[in-house]
Design a binder for this molecule. Structure first.
Ligand code: ADP
Ligand code: ZN
Ligand code: ZN
Length: 734
């Protein structure tokens, strides 16, 4: 019999990130188990708060009399399973976060706020009233309910009709009516059009069979855009359903969800949980419960869905596995791909990573046979990949065309619209990228030490490296060609929209970017408007590049491919290759052939060349070599310590003493490289100064945790507004 529990209290303070021992009162000893949420008295005033049972034991060596007692259980069932607690131990060490951080992503946020399952009462017809009941008011009540298919919501019944509660109760008592409590789910109950099943073609069938028949557990499906990966996922889901096993489909962002949901619900019915960041607390809770109670066998969701409480999981699919959004940048700073892999190991299920442009890390693992590689080289419905034209914008400048559209793009756009087809214009922009390049020769200013683009600072018009801190003035002339057209970039979707409207009268445009999609369901609205052909041109940032399958889109224009090349990140080439290949893949997905126009100042750049020739393998070979030479992941890990504060001087003092302490401690470790301290690329956000230290190399979990301890020891007594964050292999380093 367990008499003591180790409890994590529901309080964000880092100092409280440890298990507190509580006595279990006798009345709870039979009921309690690991993972329960419980009420406990806490602190000097014995305030009643909630906490989570992560440990149970029979004996306690310490001073028993000073232990406090658990008050009661908060819920009817444990929120966490034993395997969740095991996973949590791994996560806290791997991602340097607190237990509470983990718990918060594993359970729906509404629970602690008191959100519960919702119920309603319905009145059902049992027997036709006879004898002294076959008259008013009884017969009236009976008729109302009977004519409503024999069932009526109790609250509505009273709201709409003048019915006395006592008459109703009498009828229930004599068994003419009955009352039933039913749970109401706060989830999307719309019906979707049936999404017909495609018979798998030879290439798809091969992949499918390999996955279900081979002993391997982890697979990478490298299939070109439109090769029918989604169809394979759906066949796998059916397969596991027949075995009574559950499937989890992870998609990068909500941008993909409308289409995925439409397809999955259209195929399997609405009995699918959908889980993403825009759900309300109530919806999130209900979806989580449906999974926990085994009411749904399939869930589709963004990153955090990887923690859904499945009981008998057979399959996890990670679609578009190369996407950076699988990595969280707030605590816990987990990577959903890694979590999925751990879960698959624990729960013995299959893991499928799918992409047309696998990440360098994943492909590297596949080439080392850690993951089984499965390839599909053709589009599923026999369509051709679009023809890709690379337009050299430097020549446009020579022709005195200073607009953002090349002659070629302008011409193709007009033709496309004349044919009654649709176009997607893509703006390759992330964050506030401001790098400097030459408009005549395309030269991008890079750091000599890090081979990373330098960032432009308008305050003192300087160029700065945000890995090592090297700084220089922006030269007036291009060092390569001597031209004076040295410019920094920054353009938005609105600007593109204005420009089109200047050139093409009556064009119907719609924008999909961060600003236009902040509200709930707005992505879906935009998606549907474009799908129903109520707009001719979809203009957008990263969101339009992924997954969309519109048969009437025959033109994709990339306004400026270079914008992501200039990002100060070792993955900027990879990101550019991926995004160009993905966005190109939106064109020509139906019977009509597609055209892609990539505008660039760097037509010879590897990522642009290889992408326009649909040559992933050579791109990979080049890139993996660069990673090896520069010792970037997958050959190393990168640990990023980020500090921000309102007070610049204090911030610099603190981070410099941390830098000195780290240098001192690791000076003899030749496997670690310390870069910085230096200001972050975005060196100030909302009045907060930001600085970072980057550590690169063979960072083991032990070293990472040592560093974390050092950081917290040093900043523990710091002034209040200093914020510290530690991230391993962050998805962006701005
Ligand atoms: P991917 O996810 O690889 O980009 P999709 O799964 O979106 O590709 O498939 C592209 C298109 O091909 C979709 O419209 C889909 O309905 C169709 N498709 C997929 N598999 C088949 C098949 N076996 N036969 C015919 N059409 C298919
Ligand atoms: Zn130049
Ligand atoms: Zn540098």
């Amino acid at each position: 019999m367990y008499k003591y529990a180790g409890i994590i209290v529901n309080n964000d303070s880092i100092a409280l990130d440890k298990k507190f021992t509580y006595k279990i009162p006798e009345k709870l000893q039979n009921e309690i188990s690991l993972g329960y949420r419980v009420y406990i008295p806490f602190g000097k005033g014995n305030r009643k708060i909630d906490g989570f049972v992560l440990d149970l034991f029979e004996n306690y060596d310490g001073e028993i009399n000073s232990l406090k007692e658990i008050i009661s259980l908060c819920d009817d069932f444990p929120l966490l399973k034993e395997s969740d607690i095991h996973l949590m131990e791994i996560i806290t060490r791997k991602y340097l976060c607190t237990f509470l951080d983990c718990i918060k992503v594993m359970i729906p946020s509404g629970i602690s706020k008191g959100i519960k399952k919702k119920f309603k009462y319905v009145i059902l017809v049992q027997n036709t009233p006879t004898g002294k009941f076959s008259k008013e008011p009884y017969i009236d009540i009976y008729n109302i309910i009977n004519s409503n298919n024999g069932i009526y919501n109790k609250n509505e019944l009273f709201a709409k009709f003048q019915i006395s509660i006592s008459s109703l109760n009498t009828m229930i008592k004599y068994n003419y009516l009955s009352v039933q409590k039913v749970s109401v789910g706060r989830f999307d109950k719309r019906n979707f059009n049936f999404y017909k099943e495609n018979k798998l073609n030879t290439a798809q069938l091969y992949v499918y069979n390999e996955i279900i028949n081979s002993k391997e557990k982890k697979f990478l499906i490298h299939g070109i855009t439109g090769s029918g990966k989604t169809e394979i996922y759906m066949h796998l889901v059916s397969y596991f359903m027949k075995l009574n096993k559950e499937s989890l489909i992870l998609v990068p962002e909500i941008s993909l969800t409308p289409q995925m949901v439409e397809r999955f619900k259209g195929r399997f019915g609405s009995n699918i949980a959908v889980f993403h960041s825009k759900l309300s607390d109530g919806e999130r809770f209900d979806e989580w419960m449906r999974v926990k109670l085994g009411e749904v066998k399939v869930a589709i969701g963004a990153r955090s869905a990887v923690f859904l409480p499945f009981n008998n999981l057979g399959l996890i699919v990670i679609d578009e596995e190369h996407e950076g959004s699988y990595k969280s940048d707030s605590n816990p700073k987990y990577n959903a791909k890694e979590i999925a892999e751990i879960r698959c190991k624990f729960e013995g299920c299959k893991l499928i990573l799918g992409s047309a442009t696998p990440s360098i890390e994943t492909y590297y693992r596949a080439s080392n046979n850690e993951i089984k590689l499965l390839e599909i080289k053709n589009r599923a419905d026999g369509a051709e990949l679009p023809k890709v034209n690379v337009v050299d914008m430097r020549e446009e400048l020579i022709k005195n065309n200073k607009s953002i559209f090349s002659g070629k793009l302008y011409y193709e756009l007009k033709e496309c619209l004349n044919r009654g087809e649709q176009a997607i214009l893509f703006l390759n922009r992330r964050g506030f990228s401001t790098f400097v390049s030459c408009r005549q020769c395309g030269y991008v200013f890079k750091c000599n030490h890090c081979d990373i683009s330098l960032t432009y600072h308008s305050e003192d018009s300087s160029l700065e490296c945000h890995y090592c801190g090297a700084k220089q003035k922006v030269p007036n002339l291009c060092p390569k060609c001597g031209s004076k057209y040295v410019k920094y970039f920054g353009i938005g979707t609105e600007k593109v929209e204005q420009e089109i409207k200047k050139y093409i009268k009556d064009v119907r445009t719609i924008r999909m970017d961060y600003d236009s999609t902040r509200r709930k369901n707005s992505i879906e609205t935009i998606y549907n408007i474009f799908k129903e052909k109520k707009a001719d041109v979809l203009i957008g940032t990263q969101m339009v590049a992924k997954g969309l399958d519109f048969k009437n889109v025959t033109l994709v224009g990339v306004i400026c491919a270079d914008l992501s090349l200039g990002l100060p990140d070792y993955r900027s080439e990879e990101r550019t290759f991926q995004i160009l290949t993905q966005v190109s893949g939106r064109a020509g997905r139906g019977e009509k052939p597609g055209t892609v126009i990539i505008q660039t100042y760097n037509p010879k750049e590897n990522s642009i060349q290889y992408s326009s020739n649909n040559n992933y393998k050579d791109f990979y070979k080049n890139e993996i070599l660069f990673r090896k030479v520069m010792n970037y992941p997958p050959f190393s890990k990168i640990l990023c310590i980020n500090m921000k504060s309102y007070y610049e001087n204090k911030l610099i003092d603190t981070i410099q003493s941390l830098g000195a302490a780290l240098k001192n401690k690791y000076q003899n470790n030749d496997k670690l490289e310390l870069l910085g301290p230096c200001p972050c690329s975005i060196s100030k956000i909302k009045e907060f100064y930001r600085w970072q230290i980057i550590i690169k190399g063979n960072i083991t979990t032990e070293i990472a945790n040592d560093i974390k301890d050092m950081v917290f020891a040093l900043t523990k007594n710091c002034y209040e507004d200093l914020k510290v964050s530690i991230d391993i292999n962050p998805s962006n380093m701005l």
